[in-house]
Design a binder for this molecule. Sequence first.
Ligand code: LLP
Length: 415
Amino acid sequence: PEESTISDTGELSIGGVPVTELARQYGTPAYIMDETGLRRQIRRFVDGISSRRPNSEVLFASKSLPCVAMYAIAQAEGLSVDVAGGGELMMALTAGVSPERIYLHGNAKSNQEIQMALEAGIRAIIVDNFDDLDRIEKLAAKPQKVLLRMIPGITPATHASQVTGGNDSKFGLPPADITRAIARIEAHPMLEFEGIHVHIGSQVLETEPFAAAVRSVAEFGSFSTYDVGGGLGVKYTYDEVAPSVDSYLDTITEAADRLLPADAKLIIEPGRSIVARAGITLYTVNTVKTTGKTFVAVNGGMADNMDIALTGQRYEALLATKIGVEPTVVADVVGRQCESGDLMCQDVALPDPQVGDLVVMPATGAYAYTLANNYNGACKPPVIFCADGSSTLAVARETYEDLLHTQQPALQRRW
Ligand code: LLP
């Protein structure tokens, strides 16, 4: 994270709070956010886009870190948010995000979710398909703005599970159906058609596909709004190279100025590129063993970071109190879940790893908390925000009671 420092002895601090203090206060595993760096990154997007194209809006793709504290920070820093369903909508409203800054996504929205959105008076619903449209037409009792999600036919180079804009995508309607959908929206007394949405994929490490995304919506006609989605990739490992926010914004606003109507609003939906590098996960080493190779096993794993198994994303891992200390061994840092694929970081040079050492995995601010699960009875880790030398608990650690909360007593069995 930007606001991280390393002491003379090699101990990491996030937002001025030493990792040993965080571990003592909150336990491990824990998701730690550098709030100052995070807010600075948000402003790079918000100020960066509005200085280039004043008629624009940045929606935080809240699926990347959906917690009430993060929605509140997003709202305070001038972001709007996109929510991917009723659960995220509820959290955004609970955090006090104004409904006119909320956009609802989803390729299989329910009546209940659409009803919630209509009642809350959110800014816009992004229509993904004709069943969405049927539902909204039926339920809209007052005026509602909508966008239409189109399949752009763009496949950027990223992991297959992260490509969402190819012609075989389950998201959106093919261009051939868009005209018919617009006609239906325009014929409905309560619906107002705002424009087109596309999203090409995630962890995209070049800028050209974003210009292509603008091109794909521009070719489609003249509307008041063009939402070109999220997807800007970030640097996870030492050898990864990612575009800067500025070069991304240059590309996208230059394409917009060249190809879109001058008075049209440009929307982007960054998620990962806002939160990923502001976050780390802190673990404790539970076992060290040498068989054919050395394994350093931590007290977390794919239950708190699904990204590695899901997308093949690679991460770095360091001993959080021995940073810069001369390595003594090359080891695999592994998790504690019952899968061989639960491998956090392969062949990493570590300085004398010992049971009880703290391990930091950088750049886990996006989609790690989101995809946390209870595999092997794991309790989801807490989320903690750090700034100016103090820490604040944003999401508490799950407990065994939480795990039992939805379980029915064994004695009630009737089969
Ligand atoms: N807009 C839409 C409609 C999206 O579906 C997404 C991400 C975004 C924006 C934000 O994209 P971002 O800027 O964060 O790349 N499971 C994967 C991530 C899936 C992303 C889903 N959609 C992972 O763990 O990396």
